[in-house]
Design a protein. Structure first.
Length: 280
């Protein structure tokens, strides 16, 4: 919970504090025009190179990045609890008893007990869609396990568009910094000739170099950690889907809810391990 704020604070203090220890003046790093050029081009290339749904997913991951991890031990426990309740209901009252809960999960008394699952829209959709699929009594020739694997693969690839796109922008940022630096050099050239003001020329060259510095800093100290954090979130989400798929595949093969819970529990990563007493 405190790792990201601490990391951001450490990056900021190291960068600006180190510069001040070198004897630098922080105002010499403040060039709004450089930021407009570099960050404006970066945002423009991101919007121009990605579809709208990637923008929306990026904002979602940005919120998760600052709000803290969505995937937790409690979410795994809630997911297993929800799956177990749905399985037990279908065993006691028949598969069709699930229909009213799947049609409107937000108003279902079962789903409402598991608000963490309801808030995870992708997970909720995955569970509802696949229990709904089983309600249609698919023939044995349709391999349900492969069906689940294909869905997880598609969801994973869709999510991975975000770190791929943001990672591309991170790769381009040093180049955008060079663009800003070249613009600064062009302005510096205009100061040459006649009665040259050495101080102005030095300030202009310094401002141009700040452009290169800004591009490199945002690429490696801002976007690169964000991209890696997104990849970690996506891997955590994928493990959550795989655990749910293991449970549903076992349920579809006719095993008892208790055994299905145990099969699902064994697919939970070690860092989110749910004790047996919490999953039964």
């Amino acid at each position: 919970m405190f790792a990201k704020p601490l990391g951001i604070l450490l990056i900021t203090v190291s960068f600006f504090g180190g510069f001040m220890l070198m004897g630098g003046n922080l105002m010499s790093l403040w060039h709004p025009s450089e930021l407009v050029v570099i960050l404006g081009i970066a945002l423009g290339t991101f919007l121009a190179s990605t579809p709208t749904y990637v923008w929306m997913r990026t904002l979602d991951f940005l919120g998760r990045y600052f709000a803290g991890e969505r995937v937790s031990k409690k979410l795994y426990a809630d997911t297993l609890g929800l799956l177990e309740e749905l399985a037990r209901l279908s065993r006691s009252a028949g598969v069709l008893a699930l229909e009213k809960h799947l049609v409107s999960p937000e108003s279902s008394p079962i789903f409402m007990h598991y608000t963490r699952v309801l808030k995870h829209k992708d997970l909720k959709k995955f569970i509802v869609d696949n229990f709904s699929y089983l309600l249609l009594n698919p023939p044995q020739s349709q391999n349900f396990e492969h069906h689940l694997e294909d869905q997880i693969h598609d969801i994973y690839n869709s999510m991975m568009e975000v770190p791929r796109s943001v990672g591309k922008v991170a790769d381009w940022l040093p180049g955008f910094g060079i663009v800003a630096a070249v613009l600064g050099v062009i302005l510096t050239m205009e100061l040459l000739g006649g009665d040259m003001d050495v101080a102005k020329i030095g300030t202009a060259i310094g401002a141009a170099l700040v452009g290169t510095l800004t591009g490199v800093f945002f690429a490696f100290a801002v976007l690169a950690p964000f991209v890696h954090a997104i990849e970690v979130m996506i891997r955590q989400d994928r493990s959550l889907f795989e655990m749910s798929a293991a449970f549903m595949a076992a349920y579809a093969n006719g095993v008892s809810p208790n055994l299905a819970v145990e099969i699902g529990r064994q697919r939970i990563p070690p860092e989110f391990e749910v004790p047996r007493e919490e999953s039964v």
